[in-house]
Design a protein around this ligand. Structure first.
Ligand code: EPZ
Length: 420
């Protein structure tokens, strides 16, 4: 299996271009099921998860034409509504086809996604909401069997917890439902906003976009006609590279980013002592030699993103004093702690709080990625460790970061992909 070999100690310089957001592209690819015409998507990130979801649509009978970072998906030819275990087990976001398949075809079978390294990640809220819209849901043989022979009916949905995927599934289901759906306690990440915008531009009346209360007038089963869609920049990829600049005390510039989507992460970096120049869709980070420690609590957008928790933990290893990091969204998102401690970090766990104490030096070692964002945290720490670090199981990384080693190489890091 591939691994990344990193020689620490290099200062970075120059600029890179941020890719399209994986977590915006996934629901949008699922939303194309709501149309029976070809839909053109551009600025797609070249990452495994995107290929996996497109492969699922292909298996369902869609016609897909690929371009460089773009594709045209035509779901007019879908002839199956069974999302099989072999694909869904590779990528849990495949559950996002549940809402659109049910709304368009009135029945579907989608394999239960199962948990993953960071937590059990149930879909009870998705299913409860679809039942409220008139779906008959049965869990059998590891599959969700859903039926709505007379179509879904709009209703009021109140989510007990804020769920990104649950909100996305119901937005898509409500788009073809009969009547009005109101979603209360909706997630409002930028990726949700883009999903609402492209569905609104395809002819569905949606109010409250960007707020926690969405009102959607369904088309009563009439398929949508989407305009060409350009995927928004990846705010988590961008935040990861800002941390790379901060941890190596380097001035680097990111192009094609939306600073508005990065406010919580940039605010924390400013608390640590960093500063920024923002020029249109470019951000330059200007770090400071001695970073201050900060306390972090992960929460839903626009709060501090859980997807940046591991990266900031890596950064906190070299900040003055003690940093406390509380993970509130997932029950097991500290798998990177033991691997960071193998590099010489001094991190202690008590329940869902990690205490990170400053260490003067990190030392290269063999470490193992356990999930997507943990992988990037290990790479950040390796950039400042003395000597060589080998990061194994980087198939996790390849799911969500486009050409990370190429981008870091272009910034002057000593990093290469090796074959074990
Ligand atoms: C999305 O996952 C993202 N994935 C995750 O990014 C991100 O960490 C997460 O939102 C939170 O921001 C994609 O967008 C593809 P949730 P999702 O439903 O939708 C609980 C990455 O690194 N919950 O908002 O699965 C759940 O267990 C990935 O790119 C229920 O209890 O997250 C969790 O504790 C990792 N029942 C919390 O809600 C449900 O029915 C938030 O989950 C649904 C969720």
């Amino acid at each position: 299996m591939d691994y990344l070999k990193i020689e620490g100690g290099e200062t970075l310089k120059g600029s890179i271009t941020i890719s399209g957001a994986k977590n915006a592209a996934l629901p949008i690819i699922a939303a194309t099921i709501l149309s029976d015409k070809g839909v053109t998507l551009t600025n797609l990130p070249n990452v495994i998860d995107i290929k996996t979801l497109i492969k699922l649509l292909d298996i369902l009978g869609a016609k897909v034409k690929y371009g460089e970072k773009s594709c045209i998906i035509n779901n007019g030819t879908i002839n199956s509504t069974k999302a099989v275990y072999e694909i869904v087990s590779q990528m849990r976001a495949s559950i996002l086809v549940l809402g659109p398949l049910l709304a368009r075809f009135k029945e579907c079978e989608v394999s239960l996604p199962g948990g993953c390294a960071i937590g059990q990640r149930p879909i009870d809220l998705h299913l409860k909401a679809l039942e409220a819209m008139g779906a008959k849901i049965e869990i059998k043989g590891g599959y969700v069997k859903a039926e709505a022979p007379n179509g879904l009916v709009g209703t009021k949905i109140i989510f007990d917890k804020i769920t990104v995927g649950g909100t996305e599934n119901i937005i898509m289901a409500a788009s073809l439902a009969k009547g009005t759906t109101t979603i209360i306690n909706a997630a409002k990440e930028p990726e949700i906003i883009q999903l609402c915008e492209i569905i609104r531009d395809a002819g569905v009346k949606i109010d409250g976009i960007g707020t926690s209360e969405l009102t959607i007038e369904g088309t009563d089963g009439k398929p949508l006609k989407f305009n060409e869609i350009e995927i928004i920049p990846d705010r988590i990829e961008a935040g990861t590279y800002l941390c790379a600049g901060a941890i190596t005390n380097s001035t680097i510039t990111l192009h094609k980013v939306n600073a508005e989507h990065l406010r919580a992460s940039m605010n924390k970096l400013e608390e640590m002592g960093c500063s920024f120049d923002i020029d249109g869709d470019s951000i330059t980070i200007k770090p400071v030699k001695n970073l201050n420690s900060v306390n972090i609590v992960t929460t839903e957008y626009p709060g501090f993103p859980t997807d940046m928790q591991a990266q900031f933990m890596a950064l906190s290893i070299i900040t003055e004093g003690e940093s406390l990091i509380e993970e509130r969204l997932f029950e097991n998102r500290f798998m990177h702690v033991s691997e960071l401690n193998r590099l010489g970090a001094n991190i202690w766990l008590k329940g869902n709080i990690a205490a990170v104490h400053k260490v003067e030096e990190l030392y290269g070692a063999d470490v193992m990625a356990t999930d997507l964002r943990a992988s990037s945290a290990l790479i950040l720490a390796a950039l400042v460790a003395n000597g060589t670090t080998n990061v194994h199981r980087i198939y996790h990384l390849d799911r969500g970061y486009e050409d990370l080693e190429g981008k870091l190489l272009s910034l002057g890091a000593k990093i290469q992909r090796c074959k074990a």
